[in-house]
Ligand binder design. Structure first.
Ligand SMILES: [Zn+2]
Length: 405
């Protein structure tokens, strides 16, 4: 008979932050995954703005802050929240043309090339309030209206910028960069019916993951991998939610996108898939790094989506679907931690189109009853079949088979 103490030890820990495997950790300067974060919305106005063009109004930013809190809570199973936020008064900075580089190179790394708009605004606020806001806040969102320009963030830093019309969704993406996420890309096959063809017949679609806030955001949520790297999901059954290495044959797991999933929420098999450290975009002009992919084995991850994310108020999808991502076995690797591109994730298209004209820029999963085959470099193949879905606990059963050459 078990004593009470032993019973307590056998229970999974309460809602605690997990530590991901070393290769899957985020840069050390990023915000901890169990924090009640403090956000500063720093409102600015260019000296040459027409009087009618003002920065975003506080009531809009109030609404945004509440939505960010709602989103973080849900994605993190209650671990990560907005503890407090502040909306600054309106700071007049220099003329728009003085900050031209920031806009021309939005999203790039030109931190030393532009006149730093954020520095002007932060210095102004520090002086006005006799504080060091950089030490107080976890995220500083610079609000400077400049219609037509893209929002962006400096990866793994506190700073994000919202020159285009802000809505809460823009913040879910840009703050994701601040938390250390790269873009969620997709590997698109140009061969009908073949998920992972040779390198000349495939390409990377940047933002091609339709089910991540860091991708094409058909569904506004963070992916299994993004949640795992935050520590919101563990890697063993001592956590309430965890990923694990799957066996060949049947595997069963619940969706990670429900309010409080219990048990295994996804997992992976390892193999040699031939994904290179940098894969070409469709136009073959640029290669996009795939983190850890020059290492073998690589990991083929499976997860299940059952809701439409915050954009659809987490309503149930009419048909839940299975997703597959590929990473290296050491996803972030030990190198390039500050390079946003080196922390991208890659979703596979499990149902490549039979129509060669229809090369989709986004990647899709499998519905119940469907299967896909993923070729390995030695000629063998892994077949995954989505066998069953049980609505009561949002559980998928999949079959994984290794088929020799
Ligand atoms: Zn981005």
């Amino acid at each position: 008979m078990l004593s009470l103490a032993a019973l307590v030890l056998l229970q999974p820990q309460a809602n605690v932050l997990a530590t991901p495997e070393p290769g899957f950790r985020r840069p050390p300067q990023t915000v901890p995954g169990d924090k009640a974060v403090k956000i500063l919305f720093l409102r600015t106005r260019y000296a040459d703005d027409p009087p009618t063009l003002v920065s975003y109004q506080p009531d809009l930013l109030d609404r945004v802050a509440k939505r960010i809190d709602e989103y973080f809570r849900r994605e993190s199973y209650g671990l990560f929240t907005v503890g407090s936020y502040e909306i600054s008064s309106l700071f007049r900075v220099a003329a728009k043309k003085d900050y031209i580089q920031i806009h021309e190179e939005a999203g790039g790394p030109p931190i030393d090339k532009h006149k730093p708009l954020e520095r002007d605004a932060i210095d102004g606020l520090n002086q006005a309030t006799n504080r060091h806001v950089g030490q107080i806040f976890d995220f500083i969102c610079i609000e400077a209206k400049n219609p037509g320009q893209r929002n962006f963030a400096f990866a793994a830093s506190k700073l994000s910028f919202y020159p285009s019309a802000p809505n809460e969704y823009a913040y879910f993406h840009e703050l994701g960069h601040c938390m250390g996420f790269g873009h969620s890309n997709a590997l698109i096959s140009e061969v009908p019916g073949e998920t992972l063809p040779p390198r000349d017949s495939r390409y990377i679609a940047e933002y091609g993951d339709h089910a991540s806030a860091m991708g094409a955001v058909d569904i506004w949520a963070y992916s299994l991998l993004e949640r795992y790297t935050m520590g919101w999901i563990g890697d063993s059954d001592k956590y309430p939610r965890y990923i694990k290495k799957f066996d060949w044959g049947e595997n069963s797991f619940v969706s990670h996108d429900q309010v409080s999933p219990k048990g295994c929420v996804g997992g992976y098999v390892e193999g040699r898939f031939g994904i290179e450290a940098a894969e070409y975009r469709r136009d073959k002009t640029k290669r996009i790094p795939v983190p850890g992919a020059d290492e073998v084995p690589q990991r083929l991850w499976f997860s299940l989506l059952t809701t439409g994310g915050i954009g659809r108020n987490y309503a149930d999808l009419p048909r839940p679907f299975l997703l597959a991502h590929i990473t290296g076995a050491a996803f972030n690797g030990n190198k390039g931690l500050l390079q946003q591109d080196n922390r991208t994730t890659v979703l596979l298209d499990l149902s490549p189109s039979d129509n060669p004209q229809d090369l989709r820029p986004i990647s899709k999963g499998l519905f119940e009853g469907q299967s896909a085959t993923i070729r390995q470099t030695d000629g063998s193949a892994i077949t995954v079949k989505f066998l069953r879905y049980d609505k009561t606990d949002r559980r998928a059963v999949i079959d994984l088979r290794l088929e020799p050459k």
